[in-house]
Design a protein around this ligand. Sequence first.
Ligand SMILES: [Zn+2]
Length: 266
Amino acid sequence: MQMKRSGRIHYIEARFDGPNCSVQGFTTRHEGVSRTPYNSLNLGTNTLDQPHSVEGNRSLLSRAFGITQEKLVTVKQVHGTDILVIDGPNDDVSHFLGIEGDAIITNQPGIMIGVCVADCTPILLIDQEKQIIAAVHAGWQGTASKLITKTVAGMKSLFECSPKKLQAIIGPCIGKCCYEVDMPVKQAFSQNGLAWETCTEQIGDGAWRLDLAAANRDLLLAAGVPADQIQVSGMCVSCHRELFFSYRRDGAETGRQMGFIMLKEH
Ligand SMILES: [Zn+2]
């Protein structure tokens, strides 16, 4: 993964092996129009930033990849496990903005699907042969409730994607270095049968550091995605103030970066 620029957008480019049928990456906070503390490429509609600034930023992102803003789809993220599936043509996908969900799957080229994050894990999935893509937003709740597992299952049941053929990229999120969690998180993981010891480090009585990326990697492996087809960015958004927004570091008044993916038009 490396820094790249398209139009005004500075982003971390992620590449999949095989036919080059998609564009994808993770935005940084650079070169947007939002003012402090949302400076500057805040793409989250669910913040207290000026709506016209967010709109301007979403327009910058769309234009950087040759689409109009009506072709950029995000949903109302609620830390749940609902998945939006777009399996038919849409001239305008902006109406999906009000739909509650935390993952998007599509087989439609020319629309960009994205998840907005400040600490949570953005995960991008692709089946290159079948040309199916997904974007997943997994904080500790989405991770504990196995949203990534549900998304892989959805790609399999709806589009006959074999998990063995899937490729995944786990983007920049809060790292183990900066993510202290407590007993309710451990309990949620345990209740759902997730491994705890392999993705945490105990730092005190009832206090752990959690590696969200590792937990989601474990879930992808358990779902049948081969290890060599899972990339992990390893970048901590809290440690990289110059590149990313972080809710834990900055509090509620901060912006959102986006993990995005789009199938190319044929
Ligand atoms: Zn960190």
